[in-house]
Design a protein around this ligand. Structure first.
Ligand code: DGL
Length: 272
């Protein structure tokens, strides 16, 4: 039984990269729904449908535990999958998301801190992060901002330069309009870690920048330690496979940008 990693496309590779570095022994199957990416601006219904299809496809391909390595899909589909799909159809399988561990990382900041996050429109509108933080750390002030230009810029390979800096400065000014002080900024979208060097140059050094891979990988390790009934069912041959719902050439070409190494993906037909 493998660990499935699901994302709307390529971005989840930034999470998978850290997960595999930290937990190299397990077998992984990555599925990117590149034919329907981006999810960022889509409706709740569409994201739930696409994510459910992806999850069920990974279950049919020997995955016992699935990590939804996408903020938008975690925000809009995870709860329904956990509360309805799993009990009804897959009671012994598990699906995890990346919002809860990321919110826990923010919650560790001291009470009264001002934290902020940048994410897609869908993640921000879902209010998932404020809802989690209200439970975990009600004294933290959270400012959240949708940064819709950043995913297309990353996917066009614009990781530096004046065009990118224009939007980063714009988003930082908007963030400061919401919260005059920002102690920590969470990059709550899978694509944004690729912009870290450019973001770091624009945002003052006193603001800590949190990268989700660094949060999610130790959190998954901890989950596996606490759930031996799941962990013992996972195979450990150090293997990985990559699937995309779109043309494999495009996936392979951009995957190296996100993963830091080349991969050869296979095509998956997941829609009914
Ligand atoms: N993976 C998405 C996320 O983390 C970004 C790309 C998309 O909009 O599909 O929110």
């Amino acid at each position: 039984m493998r660990i499935g990693i699901f994302d709307s496309g390529l971005g989840g590779l930034t999470i998978y990269r850290t997960v595999r570095e930290r937990l190299p022994a397990y077998d992984y199957l990555y599925l990117g729904d590149s034919a329907r990416t981006p999810y960022g601006n889509r409706s709740f219904e569409a994201i739930l449908k696409f994510t459910t299809e992806g999850v069920e496809y990974l279950f049919s391909r020997d995955c016992h535990l699935i990590l939804i390595a996408c903020n938008t899909a975690s925000a809009k589909a995870l709860r329904t999958i956990q509360q309805k799909l799993l009990p009804a159809k897959y009671p012994d399988k598990r699906v995890l998301g990346i919002i809860r561990p990321s919110a826990e990382a923010l919650a560790q900041k001291s009470a009264g801190s001002n934290v902020a996050l940048w994410a897609t429109e869908g993640t921000v509108r879902s209010e998932s992060y404020p809802l989690e933080l209200a439970k975990l750390a009600p004294n933290l002030h959270l400012a959240q901002l949708a940064c819709p230009m950043l995913v297309p810029l990353v996917e066009s390979g614009e990781l530096e330069g004046s065009g990118l800096d224009y939007f980063l400065n714009l988003y930082w000014r908007k963030t400061l309009a919401l919260s005059s002080r920002v102690d920590a900024l969470l990059l709550a979208c899978t694509h944004y870690p690729l912009l870290y060097p450019a973001i770091r140059k624009i945002i003052p050094p006193e603001t800590e920048i949190l990268i989700q891979g660094d949060i999610v990988a130790p959190s998954l390790e901890d989950y596996l330690r606490r759930h031996p009934e799941i962990e013992t069912r996972l195979s450990r041959n150090g293997k990985e496979d990559f699937l995309t719902t779109d043309q494999t050439e495009g996936f392979d070409r951009l995957a190296s940008l996100f993963l830091g190494r080349t991969v050869t993906a296979m095509r998956a037909e997941i829609s009914p």
